[in-house]
Design a binder for this molecule. Structure first.
Ligand SMILES: C[S@@+](CC[C@H](N)C(=O)[O-])C[C@H]1O[C@@H](n2cnc3c(N)ncnc32)[C@H](O)[C@@H]1O
Length: 191
């Protein structure tokens, strides 16, 4: 099956299950390979939550979600902060979540320019911001997931995540497009 047919497969599968985007299968696979929470999870922050498939996946698992994006998802059951994650404060997140959270996920990506280096730098800025916010709002045993566009600064960022958590994994889920430069880093147990 070619790249585009496979892309259609994931998109159609997402729609048929009521999810706004194919990216839901990335989070599902990450959780399968590196469990982000057990039964006791209460709250999560979802950075770059629009159009809402990761948030919906979490809400369906009984997680209370605070989502941040430049656009508000058309989805009930979460608290949406329509603001840049570069500007939102840890205090805002803690207030919205009612205290420290069990999980912070970031699928944030900038509007791509076509210039691979520029896109990489902008995306690493978002991923770095996600890690800073995670350090400020996660419970000690909390978990973290962030999307990364591969490039010059990606290994350094991945190493920082690895050093920030007691357990770490780098993942490239199947639903990621074949030629995509993206991968994910995941950590558990904040150091
Ligand atoms: C790949 S989409 C996320 C898809 C989402 N995880 C889902 O499953 O529905 C990337 C998102 O990052 C958001 N984004 C980009 N820059 C951002 C920023 N500075 N602050 C917050 N969100 C941002 C975009 O608006 C976009 O909705």
């Amino acid at each position: 099956m070619g790249t585009y047919k496979r892309a259609d497969h994931w998109t159609q599968k997402a729609k048929s299950q009521g999810f706004a985007a194919r990216s839901v299968f990335k989070l599902d696979e990450i959780h399968e390979k590196f469990p982000l929470f057990g039964r006791g999870i209460g709250t999560a922050v979802d950075l770059g939550c629009f159009p809402g498939s990761w948030s919906r996946w979490l809400i369906l698992k009984g997680v209370r979600v605070v989502g941040v994006d430049l656009h508000a998802p058309e989805l009930e059951g979460g608290t949406w902060i329509v603001q840049s994650a570069l500007e939102v404060t840890a205090e805002q997140l803690l207030t919205a979540a009612g205290g420290p959270v069990d999980l912070l996920v970031s699928d944030m990506a900038p509007n791509t320019t076509g210039n691979r280096f520029t896109d990489h730098c902008r995306q690493i800025e978002l991923a770095t911001r996600a890690l800073d916010l995670a350090r400020a709002v996660l419970k000690p045993q909390g978990a973290f997931v962030a999307k990364v566009f591969d490039g010059e600064d990606a290994p350094g960022f991945a190493k920082t995540v690895q050093e920030s958590f007691t357990e770490f994994k780098r993942l490239k889920p199947e639903a990621t497009r074949d030629r995509s430069v993206e991968f994910f880093v995941a950590g558990r147990g904040l150091r």
